[in-house]
Structure formats: C-alpha cells, structure tokens
Design a protein around this ligand. Structure first.
Ligand code: SR1
Ligand code: MG
Length: 387
C-alpha cells in the first residue's frame, strides 16, 4: 500500500532494506525543496554514510492536494536514471533500490555538491558544468535515438517512457498558459502591461504553437524533460543530473533549450559585467554537444552517416529547436506558475527590470530562432535590454 513516508518511516524502510550495517545509528531529515516530491536524507551518525530516499506524492506539492499527480513518475525517474547510467554513469546518482508501489527511489546522496542554481546565484562558476552537460546531452540523445540504437529496441523505450501526465504539465505550463490569460500564471502587478502585450502578440503565439507541436509529436531521443539548473548538482570538478521524472521521448533540442534558458535567466539576474561566464557556458555546452554527437555519428552504423549534409541538418535543427524552447522556458519562468529563485530573489526594482528583459528576450528567442547562431544569444541579451 502507498503511504507518504515520515522521517521515522524512512528510517524504518532503510533498516528493512538493509542499506546500513546492523549497528548503524540513523538520523533522517526531509530536505525536499522542489515542487513535487518528498526527499529524505538518512545518515549513519557513526560512519557518516548517507543515502537519499525520494518519494513521489500523489499530488503536486507546489499547489497542494487539489492538483493530483500520478505516482508512476517515480518509476519513470528510476528507469531514466538507470538508462542514463548505462551511457553516462559518471553524470547521474547511483540508484540502489526502487519500489513502484511506494513510489520511491533510493539513491546516492550528493550533498557534497551544490544545486547548480543556488551556486550560480551565489556567484559560483562551476568551470566544468557546460562540458559535462554538453556530453551528458549528446551521449544520452545519441544512444537513445534511432542512430545509436536498434530500431525495435527504441520503439520499446518510446513505449516505456510514455509519460502523458508529466508531459501535460509541460504542455500547459511551458507552452500554453503563459501565452494566454490563464489562472496558473503568476506575476507582479507592475508587469501586467508587458504581459498583456505578450498575450496579444500573434506572431509570438503562432511560433510558440509550432514549438508546442514539436514537443507533442517529435519522438527523437530520450530526454531528461526538466533539465533546469535546479536539476543539476555540481562542484568545480563534478556534475550530476538528478530528477528525470519528466523523462520522455521528445525533440532533441528540448533539454538543451531548458538548460540554456536557465543559464540566461541567471545571466539576467546579474549585473552586465558578471554575465560572461554564463554566455561562455552556453557556447561551450553547444560546442561539446555538437562535437560529441558528431564523433558518435561518425562511428555509427547509420547508413546515411557518410552522406554529405545529413549530420549538419540534424545539428542545425537541434539548434533551432533549442533556441525556441529556451525562449518558452524563459517566458514561463518569468510569468508562469513555476518561477526561478535567480529572478524572484532580486529586490523589486531590479526584479521588474530583469523580468521585463526576460520577456523581451524570450520573445525574440522564439521568433528569431531560425536565424540565430549560438554566439548571437549573448548579443540578443544585450539588444533586448529593457529601457
Ligand atoms: C507543478 S510542477 C511545476 C514545475 O516544476 C517542475 O520542476 C517542472 O519544471 C514543472 O513545470
Ligand atoms: Mg524536478
């Protein structure tokens, strides 16, 4: 039977599973600060060994019990972590145990690392972040695509990772609600005029509808599905991707776009002179992604691997998608239901300025996505500054 764990019950579960030695002295704290789940950290006080038990709640914690949410997402998450681990074990936490009924995943504790979002807000640079995330996205994308995997096996994975309820959240919160006067939206009263202008923008809506359709229909690669900087643990040396409960087969540019957007949002929260590390991370992510993907492509059995232009088309489509998806993510994190601390923690005047900037930037990313290069993103930030 499913029941939400308490700290005591989480300890009892860890004991029952034999995850610590018999003489362990266990303590537990619920440390979840995300929108959806409970996260228990259990420590053996004698040895300092620790584990994480993550449990899905049957509703969205950020809203409350009025928003029911499938427990199946815990199974999607543990299966995605295991699938990613088969390609990039160094970039995901180890999964020790999972239970579909209890909706739990027991995994490696990464508390020695920082949540990348919090670290970036505090001014950390995480010098390897983009190299690691570029490699993570390239390898997971390539190996789960029809280029890196047997076609029959891929079709089975597409079925396994059909994730309709969590995809619906993204369809609504990222691709729809922020572009209309919807009651899930949440923004400062001072932004109303800017937001209403966006709601009346036919060009923007038409282009966003195209991106939403891609998200709904293009089963290209297994995606993390929610790859913002709060889904990444990092230090100067290490990077680990967590929380793939939104995993599904979708367009190759989606994870890239969400990652770019969250770096851009952090850039907008900073003074101009401090933004360069974020732009450098965006360009390096793209560089590592394209180089890694191209190496795998060249070594593959894909019959078209040596046909001139085929890889170039895949890469250029991925960039157009990534830039467009980044625009949607920038806008929804500014006026939609789920915000980012990078902007929300700014004092009011700076926050309003940064959010107006974000709305203009998000729009241009979506509308101009077909003609922008990766280096243009930095210039677009400069051009869309609100005056
Ligand atoms: C109701 S869930 C809101 C957001 O939190 C998750 O992390 C996803 O980004 C989702 O859109
Ligand atoms: Mg999450």
């Amino acid at each position: 039977m499913y029941e939400p764990l308490t700290e005591q019950k989480a300890i009892a579960l860890a004991v029952r599973l034999g995850l610590f030695g018999e003489d362990a002295l266990l303590s537990c704290q619920e440390i979840g600060d995300g929108n959806l789940n409970l996260v228990f950290r259990i420590v053996n006080e004698r040895t300092n060994d620790s584990i994480i038990i993550k449990q899905a709640l049957p509703y969205a914690k950020v809203v409350g019990e009025s928003w029911p949410l499938t427990l199946k997402r815990a199974t999607i998450e543990s299966q995605a972590l295991r699938t990613f681990a088969s390609y990039v074990p160094h970039y995901v936490p180890k999964v020790y145990y999972s239970d579909e009924t209890l909706a739990i995943t027991v995994m490696e504790d990464l508390s020695h690392l920082h949540i990348a979002r919090r670290g970036l807000i505090e001014g950390k640079t995480f010098p390897n972040l983009s190299t690691h995330i570029g490699e993570f996205i390239a390898k997971t994308a390539f190996y789960t695509s029809d280029f890196g995997m047997n076609q029959q096996q891929k079709k089975k994975l597409v079925q396994q990772f059909t994730n309709p309820e969590l995809c619906k959240i993204t369809e609504d919160l990222v691709f729809t609600d922020p572009f209309f006067d919807h009651d899930t939206n949440n923004f400062e009263a001072e932004l109303r005029a800017d937001v209403e202008q966006l709601w009346q923008d036919d060009v923007l809506q038409r282009e966003t509808a195209k991106l939403k359709r891609l998200f709904l229909t293009k089963a290209d690669v297994l995606l993390h599905g929610d790859l913002h900087t709060g889904s990444i643990f990092a230090s100067d040396e290490e990077t680990k991707v967590i929380d793939p409960e939104f995993a599904f087969y979708g367009p190759i540019g989606f994870d890239l776009g969400q990652f770019f957007a969250n770096l851009l949002l952090n850039a907008l929260s900073r003074h101009e002179r401090d933004r360069e590390p974020l732009f450098a991370h965006i360009e390096n992510t793209w560089d590592v992604f394209t180089r890694t993907f191209a190496e795998l492509w060249r070594e593959s059995n894909e019959p078209y691997a040596r046909t001139c232009g085929v890889l170039d088309d895949i890469i250029s489509d991925a960039l157009v998608e990534a830039i467009g998806f980044a625009g949607c993510e920038v806008i929804r994190r500014t006026i939609g239901l789920a915000h980012v601390a990078d902007l929300d923690e700014l004092p009011l005047e700076r926050r309003l300025h940064a959010k107006r900037h974000a709305l203009r930037l998000g729009r241009e990313l979506i509308v101009q996505r077909n003609t922008l290069t990766i280096k243009d993103l930095k210039h677009l930030v400069q051009q869309t500054v609100h005056v």
